[in-house]
Design a binder for this molecule. Structure first.
Ligand SMILES: Nc1ncnc2c1ncn2[C@@H]1O[C@H](COP(=O)(O)OP(=O)(O)OP(=O)(O)O)[C@@H](O)[C@H]1O
Ligand SMILES: [Mg+2]
Length: 251
């Protein structure tokens, strides 16, 4: 990352972001076995921020989200959630601390019914409230509660996966390619839901192929290139001209 890429000094900066970050990665390295993918990654998500994480195929976006939620382990550096180091906690403990990961490929149990999937997302003893919250967010799910999730359309499966972000009221939601393979009208619904989450103050870290749409709702943006952060600044600056082409154009 170069000094000129940081946009902290830009006049049109995002809304004031103060206090302890919801998420802070410092000097994070991570990968798979002997392969290092993320190198010296610093990234932070302020309370209420919507952060876009961009980069070409294979840049390390999914790996970064997996390292935050505990599916991959950081081999160096720290991962803090509201100031607590979570880098060595198992994934379920991170979930209990308010982290919600909506993985690429939806992450629903196809052979379980919609209702059963929602029970799995619910806090203990709050099954009825989980159903109510999910149906409120996505009315279409209400008509399919007793259908196996695998029989839903791709869009409805994505809604079911995203319902957990509404059901559990997490502090931070990580979303990996939620709009992949969906019809345009469903993509609109996905983005409307993300905006709704942001409006109620949930911090979001978003990876999505629809770069322009993500940057429209983002308050901050990072670009990963070959596992390193090469842009850390405002969405406005990133969208303008050569910076965008320089960083999004090539792996
Ligand atoms: N399970 C795995 N085992 C080994 N290497 C992996 C594994 N998953 C991903 N990688 C490698 O890690 C690097 C980063 O992959 P990652 O999936 O994080 O990228 P990405 O930015 O999410 O890409 P895409 O836009 O295609 O989703 C790639 O070189 C990829 O081949
Ligand atoms: Mg990915």
């Amino acid at each position: 990352m170069t000094g000129t890429d940081t946009a902290a000094t830009t006049a049109s900066a995002a809304p004031a972001e103060s206090g302890t970050p919801v998420l802070a990665l410092r000097g994070v390295h991570a990968g798979y076995g002997d392969t290092t993918v993320l190198r010296d990654v610093d990234l932070s998500v302020a309370p209420g921020a919507v952060v876009a994480l961009l980069g070409a195929n294979g840049a390390g976006k999914t790996t970064l989200l997996r390292t935050v939620c505990g599916l991959n382990r950081a081999t160096a550096g720290s991962v803090e959630l509201h100031g607590t180091d979570i880098a060595r906690l198992p994934a379920h403990r991170r979930t209990a601390l308010g982290l919600c990961h909506i993985p690429e490929g939806r992450g629903v149990f196809r052979s379980l019914t919609v209702r059963e999937n929602l029970y799995l997302q619910a806090e203990p003893g709050r099954n009825a409230q989980a159903i109510e919250a999910a149906v409120q967010a996505f009315p279409a799910l209400g008509k399919r509660l007793d259908s196996p999730a695998g029989t839903l359309s791709g869009g409805q499966q994505q809604m079911l996966a995203m319902a957990q972000a509404h059901v559990r009221d997490p502090k931070l939601v990580l979303v990996d390619e939620a709009s992949l393979g969906l019809a345009p009208v469903v993509v609109d619904e996905v983005f409307a839901f993300l905006r709704q989450l942001a409006d109620r103050g949930t911090a979001l870290l978003l990876v999505d192929q629809f770069v322009t749409r993500v940057l429209k709702i983002a308050t901050h943006a990072y670009v990963l290139r070959r596992g390193r952060i090469v842009y850390d600044g405002t969405p406005q600056e990133l969208r303008s001209g050569s910076v965008f082409e320089q960083y999004i154009g090539a792996a």
